[in-house]
Design a binder for this molecule. Structure first.
Ligand code: GLU
Ligand code: ZN
Length: 280
């Protein structure tokens, strides 16, 4: 079996744009250079936003770019049993709690004068901890990671970066993770899991040894490394790549259809043109 396994893991909530093409092409090239394997995974946990039509268009665009991957493709909407098992394990470690806060509650708590300016973590402003010791039992509450308890179990967290931007070993102290990342959501009340939990569980389930993703997810990777330690999963190597920006220097968004690959295709661009546009 192939040594290196990497993946492209899009959410089917819109059309692929140049930034996605760059990410997928980078992952596929890293796999090819190492004679490893490139996988596709569909990250459709948010069923209010994911659409089968986008999943189809994503696969069409990737095939058109010349990429190929083993089938059947892993789809996160099929994986809830695995996420529930991981949550039950984290719960048994005593590192989770239920949170009933609405976005509004969190905004109000963060605006309290004693809070000062909130730290910005991988999911936005760091949660102020309102429900940490509340002992909520509501079955439909969100589930958060008690980061202080988690890092008390794991100690400092490390991962190895092999991308050119920040190559080397990165270490995150318990203090940094508690202050700068905080009690992230493990399971949203509406979908029963979260990006962080699902991506961690699935990268391990697929035997991914190299995670290829955008540099915007660097701090999220620290969260995943914490979860890997708690769940006793291997920590892959990471390659965080540069982001593709538009002419104004803004990062490309899914809603920005002018940068959709489909638009370039419709205007007669070739896969080689796309590679050139993203600097490959
Ligand atoms: N579904 C995520 C995205 O599209 C995956 C990113 C990742 O974890 O590599 O942003
Ligand atoms: Zn709360």
């Amino acid at each position: 079996m192939a040594g290196l396994i990497t993946r492209f893991a899009p959410s089917p909530t819109g059309l692929l744009h140049l930034g996605h093409a760059f990410s997928a092409l980078t992952a596929a090239r890293l796999a090819e250079d190492a004679r490893g394997q490139f996988l596709l995974r569909i990250e459709d946990i948010d069923q209010t936003r994911a659409k089968p039509i986008y999943e189809q268009k994503i696969q069409d665009d990737l095939h058109w770019l010349g990429l190929d991957w083993p089938v059947p493709v892993m789809r996160q909407s099929d994986r809830h049993a695995a996420y529930d098992a991981a949550l039950a394990w984290l719960d048994s470690l005593g590192v989770t709690y239920r949170c009933t806060c609405t976005r509004g509650d969190i905004r109000v708590a963060l605006a309290a004068p004693q809070e000062g300016a909130p730290m910005i973590g991988p999911d936005g402003p760091v949660y102020p901890g309102t429900c940490r010791h509340a002992g909520h039992r509501a079955p439909d509450a969100a589930i958060r990671l008690d980061m202080a308890r988690a890092v008390a179990l794991t100690g400092p967290i490390r991962f190895v970066e092999c991308g050119p931007l920040r190559q080397g070993v990165h270490e995150f102290t318990a203090e940094w993770l508690t202050r700068q990342v905080g009690d992230i959501v493990l399971a949203r009340r509406d979908i029963g899991t979260s990006y962080h939990l699902a991506v961690t569980v699935d990268d391990a389930a697929q035997g991914v040894t190299l995670v290829t993703r955008g540099a915007d997810l660097f701090d999220a990777t620290a969260v995943h490394a914490v979860l890997q330690r708690l769940l006793d999963l291997p920590t892959p190597t990471y390659h965080h790549h540069r982001l593709i920006r538009d002419a104004d220097g803004k990062r490309l968004a899914k809603r920005d259809d002018s940068r959709a690959l489909a638009q370039y295709r419709a205007q007669g661009a070739s896969p080689a043109d796309i590679r050139a546009l993203v600097g490959l």
